[in-house]
Design a protein around this ligand. Sequence first.
Ligand code: UD1
Length: 372
Amino acid sequence: MKIILVAGARPNFMKVAPIIKQLEAKRKTNKSIELSWKLVHTGQHYDYEMSKVFFYDLEMSEPEYFLDAGSGSHAEQTAKVMIGFEKVCVKERPDIVMVVGDVNSTLACSITAKKLNIKVAHIEAGLRSRDMNMPEEINRIVTDSISDYLFVTEKSGIKNLKREGRKDGEIFFVGNVMIDTLFYYLDRLEGPMNSRKPKERIVKNGNYGIITLHRPSNVDYRDACVDIIGALIEISKDIILLFPVHPRTKKNLESFGLMAVIKRSRIKLMSPMSYMEFLKLWKDAELVFTDSGGIQEETTALGIPCFTIRDNTERPVTIEEGTNVLAGTTKVNVLSAYKNYKQCNTKKKQIPELWDGKAAGRIVEILTGPLK
Ligand code: UD1
């Protein structure tokens, strides 16, 4: 069986890494299966600190193909990935193309593969925000609609996919590969497993918060950005906030003239970080403000309070069982979410089902197992 794995943007690398580890383990232990794989990096993210440093941190070898798609409008970026990826698929003729997450590269490569009659496996299938203004929601819906294997991280995904007409045999509830990576590297940072148990972690000794912001709806529009930054500056009077800034956000903070006011506040701007550097920082944070998808999940896995600066989430389990709250996107709403937390931090915290560090193993077993 020949597999092509696709990664293109920062949040993809930590999802692909544990799958490669499990494929390697499978090849070593089961010689009866002919198993080979190649990694394609689309080049959607290309700066050193958005891309290459992750390969080093996550102990991944260089990708076999680099498509150098780069930035551009959605159509330009998607088209560049499709053109490059089609050539790879025609040359390699894989049995399965494996895509992760919801970025433009996920969409581009799934469509390209499917039109060449290659089976598509989507890791992180079924998540829905029901917000069609999010490019990621479009990417998720289209990718799922043409995928042959739908690997789901939380039960809401099963429900969503069934509502869209997908059959039981196509949907596999396997857990969360991003959490595989988190637990694997957390152990290597901290030693004993018990230091990550939620009960032992909650806020004590934490004396700083973290901010990550990059979603176009929050950072591409002046009014929205000013409002959110205004709320965070207010909160930083209470607690220092460390802010590794995404390139998209940096450009906009500069063009909206917000850098000076941030620099006068207790928000500390930092460059984007490698996986390990960032993990070291956020695992000991008292709280996190974010509009990222993955960080909502990672904070839930470690029991760290997370304020999602959005009006919706495609990851409801992080709210129902985890530490996530939807803080909204206006100054009033973000401040009110923070105030509520300060007054009664009683949220129950539970690690969602199958977020146990073994999701990638399950995926590889299913793909190489007797059923398929
Ligand atoms: C993309 C994903 C988003 C994901 C995010 C993680 C889509 C539609 N969006 O958003 O789902 O959460 O990645 O970061 O796929 N840039 C650089 N250097 C880089 C990469 C980008 O400077 O290495 C700048 C470019 O100016 C580019 C902008 O950031 O135009 C945005 O990059 P892009 O890949 O279009 O989207 P992200 O906002 O990163």
